[in-house]
Design a protein around this ligand. Sequence first.
Ligand code: GLC
Length: 476
Amino acid sequence: MVKKVLFAASEVYPFAKTGGLADVAHALPRALKNLYDVTVVMPLYRSIDREKHGIVSLGESWNITMGGVEYPIDLYGCNVEGYEYYFIYSPLLCDREFLYGTPESGYKDNDLRFALFSYAITALLKKKHYDVLHLNDWQCALAALLIHKDPMLSPKVIYTIHNLAYQGIFDATILETIGIDRTYFTMGSLEFYGRVNFMKAGIAYADEVTTVSPTYAREILTNEFGWGLEGFLHFHHAKLSGIINGIDMEHFSPTEDGALIAPYSEAKGKKANKSDLLKKLKLKGVNKPLCVFIGRFTHQKGIDLLIEALPKIADLECNIVLLGEGEEKYHKALELLCANHKNIHLTFGYDESFSHQVYAAADFLLMPSLFEPCGLNQMIAFSYGALPIVHRVGGLVDTVKRLETYQEDSCSGYGLTFNTPTSRALLGAVKKGCELFEDKKYFERIINHNMRCDFSWGESAIAYSVLYEKEREIHG
Ligand code: GLC
């Protein structure tokens, strides 16, 4: 019987967040709480407010030896509403301005930093017993290898890929520095085109490999979405599956959202929130559709398409709100667009409460992602009654049903979708949205339908528990 689970991630909301991983690492352990005793472990970055979260030293310190050098580690912890968190502190890992560096360039020693995090996870397993270790993304993938080569450790290891575009690829010389034998520098293990690939450790040595939607689990076996790992994933496909993410429906609930001027439970309640936001952002026209983009300004999220389509979208009778941050080149292009169009508002940065206000005000959420392992924003949009307009890829295929197939009695969320990632296709879908918006009654019916759907973690948490409990298999 599985009882104790250690869930490891490099970012966890509300402590530190750069993307959806942090939301999953927040919500999934909570959803598993009724089934298991789950502890979450992450690095104690300098940016984490220890006082605010009640994070204290647990009085446990140990030295980790990597490649003949000793690195001191301190264990910290806190308990939030009955949920237990551990934090690994080491100056090398934690004392930086950012988590990983800037979007343009990661810190040069990320290999060493996150190898140390993986060693620390392994050290924790030696001090405390866990039946299952659930690892996420490349930053803790090496822990799967460290466990594999340690006869004293035998937890079941689950490895979840949130985004195959980030694999943790480094120069092969790092192997010696992190104390990993050259015998692991093979195609079946860490080697990747003459370099070292941390994610390969997770895929090769975990008992089960998951990714965050069934469609993405199939896509990553192809050239187009495999980022060079498609062959390796094919080899391990017997232990690969896709489990769709959910959202924390309590956190994303417009009926009880303290960030909103007027909480609401159906489409017509959005209007007060919309007027308030438009006023705040000095935009005019509460009866015009409001299209929003919320997320990272990166290639993955389809920002190139969006930038190309925006002048034409802005020519439609609508308002546009953009919220996020990312690559400098996109910041410049977006600023220029914003300066030239009175109906576009741009906010850099990420403010959780403000983002809730934007969802509450929005009529449409644009997600032109080129690839999308799962995507969470479309589900948040459903819950706040904004209609998603998405490129049909990855998790967006699994979560956003085509409006053309709408059925009143279904429990799926519906939105507008387009098949090719071009600015023309995006513009076409937005135009369709604006026409639909004119049919007030029908539009409200769809919004109300979407708002009633359930996007919580319930079923997905059960799917993970099935993997936690599954008998171990020897995969070829
Ligand atoms: C990454 C993916 C996103 C996914 C999230 C959580 O940020 O890009 O699609 O929803 O991880 O799994």
